[in-house]
Write a protein of this length. Structure first.
Length: 261
């Protein structure tokens, strides 16, 4: 049965930390007996492949063992369980993110670049957008990502606490938007209809119900938005609009801090 925990750091914290930082920690002497046929790295790679293909609900130790042509119990030689494995998976995809040196570009351009990189990660690994990271997996991938993203705000004039708050705001927005984009894609695939096709069916029925008299604002503004974007909600438009609003607002906050200084 799939584990219903959908957040990181849901398992044994000590075990997760040791596994995440295993490359930098002294390893215990090898146990006597046959040499292992797998490795932690291979388990993590296979788990990511499975989650990418079928989602987190498909990620069970049994399914992973089938993918690796081994027995489920043999996997526990490498990881304590699914929860710790999820930490390793997310840290691995974090570690693989591109990190272009920030250089001399404007800080707003750097923040936009980090937002774009995170959105690309979620679209490539949809399961990552489903995971709560209120307790992040504090491995080398997570720490390298955090260090790089904090550096994007250099020269903004924001205080250290404001930089951390601003980064949290940007990443939360990106994750929510990516989740919407992924949900929209799943809906199109399941229904066989794109947004225009859906409205072609629903519109004639709603036209007699959503009238200008009953819902004047919803009718006028909703019609204008729908005509402009071809749907009630366009995740791509929402991303561009929302990110621009966030960057503009952070610019105002930074300017205020500069004036106060």
């Amino acid at each position: 049965m799939p584990d219903d925990r959908t957040g990181t750091s849901a398992g044994d914290p000590a075990a997760s930390i040791r596994l995440l930082w295993r490359a930098r920690l002294a390893q215990p002497a090898a146990r006597p007996g046959p040499r292992p046929t797998l490795s932690v790295d291979r388990l993590v790679e296979a788990a990511i492949e499975l989650a990418d293909a079928e989602g987190m609900t498909a990620l069970t130790m049994r399914r992973l063992a089938e993918r690796l042509a081994t027995k489920p119990m043999s996997l526990y030689r490498y990881v304590p369980g699914r929860a710790e494995l999820v930490d390793l998976m997310l840290d691995r995809v974090y570690e693989g993110m591109p990190r272009t040196p920030h250089g001399g570009t404007d800080w707003r351009a750097r923040v936009r670049a980090l937002a774009d990189a995170n959105r690309a990660l979620y679209l490539a690994h949809p399961w990552a957008a489903e995971l709560s990271t209120l307790r992040p997996p504090l491995g080398p991938g997570q720490l390298a990502k955090y260090e790089h993203e904090l550096g994007a705000f250099a020269g903004s004039g924001l205080s250290d606490r404001e930089v951390d708050d601003a980064l949290t705001l940007v990443l939360s927005f990106v994750r929510a938007n990516a989740a919407d984009a992924l949900a929209a894609e799943r809906s199109r695939a399941a229904s066989g209809l794109d947004d225009r096709g859906w409205w072609a069916v629903a519109g004639p029925i709603l036209s007699g119900l959503v009238t200008d008299d009953a819902y004047p604002l919803a009718s006028r503004i909703g019609s204008a938005a729908g005509e402009a974007r071809g749907s009630a909600h366009d995740p791509e438009h929402a991303y561009e609009f929302g990110l621009e609003v966030i960057l503009s607002s952070l610019g105002v906050l930074a300017a205020g801090a500069s004036d106060a200084g």
